[in-house]
Design a protein around this ligand. Structure first.
Ligand SMILES: [Zn+2]
Ligand SMILES: [Zn+2]
Length: 270
């Protein structure tokens, strides 16, 4: 009988400036995105009692620096598998001096890595072939219940496919990038950049993330974690106000937020 091992998940950091999470099962430790320097990722892992040398693979959503800038510093681990679709791998490779051990997947085709089952789906974002992930572990039986986690950041809006794919996960990590009013008032960003952020291939606002959560019928979420917040165009006040209705225990799931500066988050399935 296989041991009934929980999956353990930890967001090491998440904001518009960098994203990286650690997912652990019986058989593997993987990073989801590597959007900090390799040195910083190593430090963040050490802070939680893990080592970058024990990471078995990296999974990339897309080629933006806040998701993949750690790859160049990982060149010493030439054998480390880096999973990405072709569009992302080609775009990332153009910025690298070394060639990582790419493992190409086809967007939409389910595949496995050790004891993980991985689904990917396209999200609307201004990158070559940006995806969201669902990682699942276990079978649907008493001894090894199926547990799953969705990692959904960097999307301008949520198409129906996204709504379907996130409904049945245990943990949903969802982008809540900006407050529409704070983005509008921001004086540092030129109009064109604001248009890009709030556009159909930009980022989910707090309001859009709230509407997405509210529109999913009978979700099985135990926990929802809001991530990829903008440092300048979001605030704890806006998050609290916008997501107030999800704080009710009647929702059936817990809600957490990863703050840009020091935020982290951990989740362990029972
Ligand atoms: Zn992006
Ligand atoms: Zn991003």
């Amino acid at each position: 009988m296989p041991p009934n091992m929980a999956i353990r998940f930890r967001i090491l950091g998440s904001s518009s400036s960098g994203n990286c999470a650690l997912l652990q099962t019986d058989d593997c430790r993987i990073l989801i995105d590597a959007g900090f320097s390799a040195r910083r990722i190593a430090e963040m892992l050490e802070a939680v009692g893990e080592s970058i040398d024990s990471i078995d693979a990296v999974f990339l959503t897309h080629e933006h620096g806040d998701h993949c800038c750690g790859l160049s510093g990982l060149r010493k681990r030439a054998e480390l598998p880096v999973f990405a679709n072709r569009g992302t791998a080609e775009a990332v490779q153009r910025g690298l001096k070394h060639r990582p051990a790419w493992r190409l997947f086809e967007t939409g085709a389910r595949f496995a890595f050790r004891d993980l089952e991985i689904d990917t789906f396209l999200v609307p974002h201004d990158a070559m072939e940006p995806v969201a992930f669902v990682f699942a572990h276990g079978h649907d039986d008493l001894f090894s219940p199926r547990r799953s986690i969705a990692w959904v950041t960097d999307l301008g809006y949520a198409p129906e496919l996204v709504r379907q794919r996130i409904r049945e996960v245990d943990l949903l990590v969802l982008e809540a990038n900006h407050d529409l009013r704070l983005l509008d008032q921001d004086t540092r960003r030129p109009w064109s950049v604001k248009q890009r952020i709030s556009g159909r291939h930009g980022h989910l606002s707090n309001e859009a993330a709230r509407d997405l959560l509210a529109s999913v019928e009978r979700p099985t979420w135990k926990h929802v974690c809001l991530a990829h917040l903008s440092r300048d165009c979001n605030s704890v006040e806006s998050i609290d106000r916008t997501f107030a209705s999800f704080r009710e225990p009647a929702n059936g799931f817990a809600l957490s937020v990863v703050l840009p500066e020091s935020g982290s988050f951990s989740f362990e399935s029972a």
